[in-house]
Write a protein that binds this ligand. Structure first.
Ligand code: ADP
Ligand code: MG
Length: 293
């Protein structure tokens, strides 16, 4: 493309809330035949709210919420905000946690008072050697039915309760996905969340291909596999956990409300945080390249 046509395109893009990092990104958009999308914060609002807590054994709801909130105070994750908002609303005293650790795309752990607390997904529980019995799994799956994200809380090595949060699909996501599919793009969902939750959201959106329970490096590996199969891959995401995948794609696309790391790893930022921007970016790319030839 000529420097002039690229300049025109990036100016027009900026007006529509499409920030391209370089000329290559503008040219590559039209060639992308596969769009990989993160779930939380990309297809959904990324503003989850706590819908239920299921305490096990003698544990009480307020106790579990207090422990989870203590750990989440040190986390930047949208799920952390949901927990802290609920604790605040219920006027629960939140203690300081010590020895705090984050597993990106997994959850948080640390010491609260005398207890060793682990809060997050199955991958995190496995990492801490915490056993998930069938009853726990069944209870979790029951909560996941309509797209809720379930987190498990373990105290001193034993699962002590489940937390369900739900996050609405962005109003313009269904139409954007339908139009991207109609334009011939292959759509793949890639998420660190559980398969039952992921499939429920995918079903609502008509997305047939789903990779769930994927770690941040696993996300990048999926992109690399698609590229090795000859696909031209655009990847849209918002989180720290998406950064390696955004960097691995032919075009990384960050949501404008996303984390700085995601925006830095991407070649295109959608200021409005709507997937409709991808349709506009493709039209712009097609028009630009057509003009040059
Ligand atoms: P996604 O790919 O959907 O954006 P992530 O990779 O960020 O999701 O997280 C995957 C899963 O790890 C979440 O669904 C949740 O179960 C767990 N998790 C991640 N971060 C946290 C956290 N701060 N607190 C509790 N659980 C978390
Ligand atoms: Mg996300």
């Amino acid at each position: 493309a000529t420097p002039i046509s690229i300049m025109v395109a990036s100016g027009r893009g900026a007006q529509q809330g499409l920030l391209f990092k370089d000329a290559a990104a503008i040219e590559t958009m039209r060639e992308a035949d596969t769009l990989v999308v993160d779930k939380t914060g990309t297809l959904t609002e990324g503003k989850p709210s706590l819908t239920s807590i299921v305490p096990f054994d003698q544990h009480r709801r307020a106790e579990l919420l207090a422990l989870a909130a203590s750990l989440e105070r040190s986390s930047e994750h949208p799920l952390a905000k949901a927990i802290l908002a609920a604790a605040k609303e219920e006027q629960i005293d939140v203690a300081d946690a010590r020895d705090f650790h984050v597993l990106n795309g997994g959850g948080v752990s640390g010491r609260v008072g005398q207890s060793e607390v682990v809060f997050g997904n199955a991958r995190l529980m496995q990492q801490h050697g915490i056993d998930l019995d069938q009853e726990t799994q069944a209870k979790a799956d029951a909560l996941r039915g309509d797209g809720a994200t379930v987190m498990m809380l373990a105290i001193d090595g034993k699962t002590s309760g489940l937390f369900a949060v739900s996050d609405r699909i962005k109003p313009d996501t269904p139409q954007a996905i339908a139009e991207l599919k109609a334009s011939g793009m292959r759509i793949v969902m890639l998420t660190g969340d559980n398969a039952v939750t992921a499939r429920s959201v995918a079903r609502d959106l008509g997305i047939e291909e789903v990779h769930a329970d994927v770690s941040p490096t696993g996300k990048a590996a999926v992109i690399e596999t698609l590229r090795k199969q000859g696909r031209r891959v655009a990847m849209a995401g918002d989180g720290i956990n998406d950064a390696p995948a955004l960097a691995a794609a032919d075009v990384g696309i960050a949501m404008g409300h996303g984390t700085d790391v995601a925006i830095e790893s991407a070649q295109l930022t959608l200021v409005k945080g709507s997937l409709t921007g991808i349709l506009h970016a493709r039209s712009l790319s097609q028009a630009t390249v057509r003009n040059i030839r």
